[in-house]
Design a protein around this ligand. Structure first.
Ligand code: FES
Ligand SMILES: [Fe+2]
Length: 391
């Protein structure tokens, strides 16, 4: 048979949505997410001198907080005989293994081996990733080389109160990001949620455009301006949400990070910037605490969503509780779990109202294709404007 020239480009050379949803070490999606700072914990959740085991982007790690209050993210296993390092003790700005006392600094370098007659005779290092604090969250840079500058959002730093919360979800992070820019669903899925402040009374007309930080999705309603929801590459969205505290004088600015634990689970870090005068800070925080405490006494969100998904409860019979703040969480959880732990996107039939989702995938695929081909990646802007309510 005559020799034939290699086919110039085959479908295998092209990246696909599959590459976005898989984010473990070495995957294209994982390499891309690791090129930006990712939130890994809430500052208030880890006291000085404590450690916690974390799984992030498929990697098992240990977050610890040194005596100075600084955070450090290192590997999960001791380099000596492999025990779980989060069971060790914080010692100054380092972490000492509970088994034989080997100690690691914040970059993962072994700096003490008290059980060895000739300690430190060869250099040993486990994983160590730099950490920073911003808006009450701990961010880590898990990529190669020098970390980029941390993005910053000046409208969250001005007057008002910033609070955050962290929730674990049992499905792939990317369907949650797609849900966050799918504003059409608010008029159906959340139609009975009073918490939506009226934006759920009508199905908006969706349009979208590229920006220097990712994309913007507009939801136009018959009265008033367009609601702008932003997507900040690679895995952050920003939207505005109605106030629910008596002293709040306008809609809240929201940030929602979706960070993979592994390919089938993720964490959301939601940051709220509430427009509340400083004089009402304590009252606002007490109001918020009571809201969460009251919800914690009720049937867990997980049990309600399981009841609906298994046919023991009808969707329309989900009880309205408290201020309604967790109604959207229950509804969103049901429909995103209902998509499967990773959406089978080959069976979808997207419509014109899905324009933001189409653009989002396109932007991600362009970036992953460039990463795979060794071509330059987009230099995304480090900030974005405040979202708008459209009401
Ligand atoms: S296993 Fe950690 S010091 Fe031995
Ligand atoms: Fe939703």
């Amino acid at each position: 048979m005559p020799a034939t020239a290699a086919a110039p480009s085959t479908v295998q050379d092209r990246v696909s949505v599959d590459d976005i949803v898989h984010t473990g070490p070495g995957t294209l999606g994982g390499r891309y997410l690791r090129r930006s700072w990712q939130p890994v914990y809430q500052v208030a959740d880890l006291p000085i001198g404590w450690t916690v085991p974390l799984k992030i982007l498929g990697e098992n790690l240990t977050l610890f907080r040194g005596s100075s209050g600084k955070f450090y993210l290192v590997g999960n296993r001791c380099a000596h005989r492999g025990t779980q390092l989060s069971t060790g003790m914080v010692d100054g700005e380092g972490l000492r293994c509970a088994y034989h006392g080997w100690k690691y600094d914040g970059e993962g370098r072994c700096v003490d081996q008290p059980s060895e007659p000739r300690p430190m005779s060869r250099p040993l290092k486990i994983t160590g990733y730099p950490c920073r604090e911003y808006l009450g969250l701990v961010f880590a840079y898990m990529g190669e080389g020098e970390p980029p500058e941390l993005p910053n959002f000046p409208h969250f730093e001005g007057e008002g109160i910033v609070v955050s919360h962290r929730i674990v979800w049992p499905f792939n992070y990317f369907q949650h990001l797609e849900n966050a820019i799918d504003e059409v669903h608010i008029g159906f899925l959340h139609a009975v949620s009073p918490y939506q402040g009226g934006i759920n009374n009508e199905v908006p007309v969706i349009s979208t455009e590229r920006t220097d930080f990712g994309l913007v999705q507009y939801g136009a309603r018959s009265k008033g301006a367009k609601r702008a929801t932003y997507y900040f590459m690679p895995n952050l969205t920003s939207w505005s949400q109605p106030p629910n505290f008596p002293g709040e004088n306008s809609w809240r600015d929201m940030l929602g990070y979706r960070v993979p634990i592994d390919d089938h689970n993720h964490v959301t870090y939601t940051v709220t910037h509430a427009h509340v005068p400083e004089s009402q800070r304590e009252a606002f925080l007490a109001h918020r605490k009571k809201e969460w405490d009251d919800l914690a006494k009720l049937t867990p969100v997980e049990d309600i969503s399981d009841d609906v998904m298994s046919g023991r409860m009808r969707f329309q019979d989900i009880p309205f509780r408290g201020s309604g703040a967790d109604m959207t969480r229950i509804q969103d959880r049901i429909i995103m779990m209902g998509q499967g732990s990773i959406v089978a996107r080959e069976y979808e039939n997207l419509g014109e109202a899905d324009t933001a989702i189409v653009l989002l995938r396109q932007i991600w695929l362009e970036e992953l294709q460039a990463l795979r081909d060794g071509k330059p990646l987009k230099k995304w802007a480090r900030t974005m404007p405040a979202p708008t309510s459209g009401l």
